[in-house]
Design a binder for this molecule. Structure first.
Ligand code: SF4
Ligand code: SF4
Length: 295
């Protein structure tokens, strides 16, 4: 048995598993009769690196991009938040034009891989996951009838998926680890789901969080690291994965200030005590008011 997390295509068929050397018959080009058909019926799940590239391309903050170009969905039964590319009412991607994709150089990994799906699998008795591929053959896609054979490895190179795979790999690992942790971990608390969303997709908000006083008072990072996280989106995204592993799985790979949790506990204790005293005072006042008119 194995745990799996499939990305990004949905299909009712059981796919035939392929590898980098498997040859497929496929070619997509502007002159083909189905040109743009796939983009006019788009169901694109976005990864963290997709958001990073697209928001940069469009000159937007991650918050603006999420609001204008994505819709949320639940990635699994545990409410892990995912996002999909927003489409118009007819299901067409907002970036498709008569000329083709208007964000082509920064198109998401799912668009690059199509019609190849990829699948990260972690056999129960192995430590690391394996990536396998499968072919999606849809009626409307005529690229499968073109006379070109290409290995999946060469197709991945042609579609320049490597930076996407590199940047998303650790994120897929986090998803797999969460899945294979199974029911012992239970439903993740709301706070960790929010953290997952922010670290994965809302990089600019995550940056403000990392540079805030409360973060700096909790975690011990070098000034140079903060400077890098302030200017470099990719470094920030990787740091987000580190923080997720630290918080979700207790991997403790970010140094914390000594005694910070005890200090917080003490601060909270003071707050609770003040609240308790305020409540006693309020009750006493209410009692006094009750008898005031009797004297
Ligand atoms: S991003 Fe580009 S390639 Fe992907 S669905 Fe939209 S138009 Fe098509
Ligand atoms: S060949 Fe397939 S991938 Fe290319 S435009 Fe046609 S439907 Fe889309």
């Amino acid at each position: 048995m194995s745990e799996k997390f499939d990305i990004p295509f949905k299909s009712d068929m059981v796919p035939k598993i392929l590898d980098d050397d498997t040859k497929i018959q496929f070619r997509c080009h502007k002159g083909i009769s189905c040109f743009n058909a796939c983009c006019k019926n788009a169901d694109i799940t976005l990864t963290p690196y997709d958001v990073l590239r697209l928001k940069k391309r469009l000159g937007m903050t991650s918050g603006e991009f999420l609001k204008q170009h994505t819709v949320p969905f639940e990635m699994d039964g545990d409410k892990v938040p995912g996002i999909k590319m927003r489409t118009d009412d007819a299901g067409a991607c907002l970036f498709v034009t008569e000329e083709g994709c208007s964000v082509y150089e920064d198109r998401p990994a799912a668009c690059r891989y199509y019609p190849v799906g990829h699948l990260a699998m972690k056999p129960k008795d192995e430590k690391t996951e394996r990536t396998s591929y499968f072919l999606v053959e849809e009626e409307h896609c005529k690229g499968h009838q073109e006379a070109r054979e290409i290995s999946i490895g060469d197709y991945r190179e042609e579609q320049e998926v490597e930076p996407y795979d590199d940047m998303n790999h650790e994120w897929y690992q986090i998803m797999l680890k969460k899945k294979s942790a199974g029911p012992t971990v239970g439903k993740p608390p709301e706070m960790s789901l929010q953290l997952f969303f922010m670290c994965s997709y809302d990089l600019d908000r995550f940056r403000r969080f990392v540079l805030s006083d409360s973060f700096k008072n909790t975690y011990l990072l070098e000034d140079e690291t903060y400077a890098e996280l302030e200017r470099d989106d990719e470094a920030l995204l990787k740091f987000g994965y580190r923080l997720l592993k630290h918080v979700l799985f207790g991997e403790l790979n970010i140094p914390e200030r000594k005694g910070i949790w005890e200090k917080r506990f003490e601060e909270r204790k003071e707050v609770f005590e003040l609240r308790r005293q305020a409540e006693i005072a309020r009750k006493q006042q209410a009692e006094d008011d009750k008898y005031k008119n009797d004297v």
